[in-house]
Write a protein that binds this ligand. Structure first.
Ligand code: ADE
Length: 218
């Protein structure tokens, strides 16, 4: 799966994207992540990417020309890719959204919004506007990492145990993962629930179901 991320801050990504599962997925050629530096498409000698809003108001907006040029550049690398704009105004990203993206593995071009906003005309190039939650972040970089991580771990072959992604939280859209324990049996006076040591698989299954929290608990 090919993911291109359009950002003014590519240096924010390697710590997350080049570690653990995301690194492994790239090593195995299941994932190809690249960064398009919006600054490279900035205007003039100063590589300007932002400007003040018409109608007044605080702050600066990302200008349309560099954004359009960056998206068009990314589209040349992957003409069928879906273009996603990270914005607090977008549709909420859900486990089902991640699953759909992992199932199709259609390429993604993720635009990270920045500053106080972006010129609205960029939305004409965008297939989806995505929010990761009802809070406002300083930019789309963290959301882009969250969305990427949520998709990539569902790509077949990326997780070690092929069942682990399926068993756990939200896989059926309803439940959160049950509590789990490993050795030792007793730690600082806290014991592993007896049933988990029983070897009784039916009883263990029942306990796990009973102890899975509902996802809509808020
Ligand atoms: N940019 C700023 N806040 C955001 C959010 N909650 N989700 C996605 N992109 C954002």
């Amino acid at each position: 799966m090919k993911i291109q991320i359009i950002t003014l801050f590519p240096e924010m990504f390697p710590g997350i994207m080049d570690a653990s599962m995301l690194w492994k997925a790239q090593e195995q050629k299941l994932l190809d992540i690249s960064y398009v530096n919006l600054r490279d498409f900035g205007l003039g000698n100063r590589k300007t990417v932002d400007d003040t809003p018409y109608g007044g108001g605080d702050g600066m907006l990302l200008k349309p020309e560099p954004l359009f040029a960056a998206v068009r550049f990314a589209k040349e690398q992957d003409p069928d890719a879906n273009v996603m704009l990270m914005t607090a105004r977008g549709a909420r990203w859900k486990q089902a959204s991640a699953q759909k993206a992992a199932d199709t593995q259609t390429g993604l071009i993720i635009i990270c919004g920045r500053y106080e906003g972006y010129d609205e005309r960029i939305t004409s190039l965008v297939d989806m506007q995505v929010s990761i939650g009802d809070y406002v972040l300083t930019g789309g970089e963290l959301p882009a990492m969250v969305v990427t991580d949520s998709i990539v771990r569902l790509i077949p072959g990326v997780l070690g145990g092929e069942n682990s992604a399926a068993i756990e939280s939200f896989s059926d859209g309803r439940t959160l993962e049950f509590p789990q324990y490993t050795r030792p049996e007793e730690f600082e006076g806290m014991k592993v629930p007896e049933v988990l040591l029983s070897g009784n698989h039916a009883a263990i299954e029942k306990w796990r179901t009973e102890n899975s929290q509902q996802a809509d608990k808020n």
